[in-house]
Write a protein of this length. Structure first.
Length: 147
């Protein structure tokens, strides 16, 4: 081995080492990007969950379906976006299968809740409209006087 070839092999080794460092650095940048993206989505989701909780507290623990329906639909939209992100970036972000499956199950529960809330809201609105017009179920008057 000559002096020139020794220098060349050191440069190649340094170049390979530099490339490995760049690759590892890029890998952690990818992981950080995944974490940042997922954190933003999670914050939006938690904000919407807090809004739903506030609706429940304002109604003394009973969820007002008319107020809850739009908030629940928004939560479903956010969770749909998160599910798409997880599905698209699962391998790249090293998201475990059990986490992806758990999120799908949570999303399904949210969708069921939103559907129920919106169904009750539609019924409640219909009843309010009927009562306003005088069509809907009205309290039956009790007989007055001696029986």
């Amino acid at each position: 081995m000559t002096a020139k070839s020794g220098k060349a092999s050191r440069y190649v080794s340094v170049s390979i080492f530099g490339a490995l460092l760049a690759f590892v650095g890029a890998g952690s940048a990818f992981a950080q990007s995944c974490q940042e993206d997922f954190e933003k989505l999670s914050q939006r989701r938690m904000g919407q969950i807090q809004a739903l909780n506030a609706i429940g507290k304002a109604s003394k623990g009973k969820m007002d379906p008319i107020a809850a329906c739009p908030a629940a639909r928004k939560l479903v939209a956010i969770e749909t976006e998160m599910a798409a992100y997880i599905e698209k970036n699962k391998d790249w972000c090293n998201i475990p299968d059990n986490m992806a499956d758990g999120f799908k199950q949570a999303r399904a529960k949210t969708q069921t809740f939103a559907a129920q809330a919106c169904s009750f809201a539609a019924k409640a609105k219909k009843m309010q409209e009927e009562q306003a017009v005088g069509i809907g179920p009205q309290a039956q008057k009790l007989p007055a006087g001696p029986l």
